[in-house]
Ligand binder design. Structure first.
Ligand code: NAD
Ligand code: APR
Length: 233
């Protein structure tokens, strides 16, 4: 991959599937077990906060027992070796990129590591079951919610993401169905900016036709192969 200096990588639930974390829209995925509008929207939280807090306590506990897989490890190797710009934009709330050693990671949908106080708007480490209504470390109010972006809410750091895409020579999408915006639109933004685009996904996604190249297979194989290519290994 000659002439590549600045890379943006977008990851979705599929990169963590082989670590044992459920995806959302694959068979048996999270959205078959729970109604999105009940557990991943502000309206659902207002309607039944206990249901939402139990859902995210369950997801947090499930994530904590999982380990990075070869796809996360390959991206961490790229991050350590890459002399140009690299930004790993993840839609995932797990911290497997960081636990594999990646540093240049941006969680556009937040993470399961932090709680967000709806009374004083500060973030703090999520240290225990939120269903127990722990007090906010800053203001003491029992008003914490997961620091996760829900449907209808704005993702984090969109300006930084679009800025990185504008400077990119290569945009790589890994393990995402291309079902949710604005992440699903990044490939179109990249194409309009004449950025080279590559998709690595288990099967063709809703956005596959937008990519210059789309490779199908498990991330644990495709991502190490691609990192070897781009590092010239
Ligand atoms: P939405 O109201 O933004 O969009 C609804 C649907 O309209 C989308 O699902 C998509 O099919 C379509 N759409 C949206 N923008 C489009 C566009 N520019 N072009 C064509 N079609 C478009 O609701 P949403 O997409 O379901 O979610 C919106 C926000 O919620 C996004 O910011 C997303 O990042 C966030 N989100 C977070 C999570 C999470 O669990 N962290 C889950 C889902 C969504
Ligand atoms: N290797 C590569 N890709 C995989 C693997 C794997 N082992 N297993 C599954 N996939 C692919 C699936 O084919 C699917 O295209 O990963 C994608 C997962 O899609 P979704 O379950 O829709 O997850 P994602 O794209 O991350 O969802 C986007 O929607 O509900 C919200 O918060 C959620 O941030 C998420 C957003």
């Amino acid at each position: 991959m000659t002439g590549i200096r600045n890379i943006v990588v977008l990851t979705g639930a599929g990169i963590s599937a082989e670590s044992g974390i459920d995806t959302f829209r694959s068979e048996g995925g999270l959205w078959e077990q729970h109604r999105v509008e009940d557990v991943a929207t502000p309206e659902g939280f207002a309607r039944d906060p206990d249901l939402v807090l139990r859902f995210y306590d369950m997801r947090r506990e499930a994530i904590q027992t999982k380990l990075p897989n070869p796809a996360h490890q390959a991206l961490a190797r790229l991050d350590a070796a890459w002399k140009g710009e690299l930004l790993i934009v993840t839609q995932n709330v797990d911290d497997l990129h960081e636990r594999a050693g990646a540093r240049r990671v941006l969680h556009m949908h937040g993470t399961h590591l932090n709680a967000w106080c709806t009374a004083c708007d500060t973030r703090s480490p999520w240290t225990g079951p939120m269903i127990d209504r722990p007090p906010c470390p800053s203001c003491g109010a029992r008003a914490l919610r997961p620091d996760v972006v829900w449907f209808g809410e704005m993702p984090y750091e969109m300006d930084r993401i679009y800025g990185a895409i504008r400077q990119a020579d290569l945009f790589v999408s890994i393990g995402t169905s291309g079902a949710v915006y604005p992440a699903a639109g990044f490939v179109r933004d990249a194409r309009e900016l004449r950025v080279r685009t590559l998709e690595l996904n288990l099967e063709r996604s809703q956005g596959s036709h937008w990519f210059h190249e789309s490779r199908q297979g498990p991330a644990s194989r495709l991502v190490p192969e691609w990192v070897n290519e781009v590092l010239g290994g």
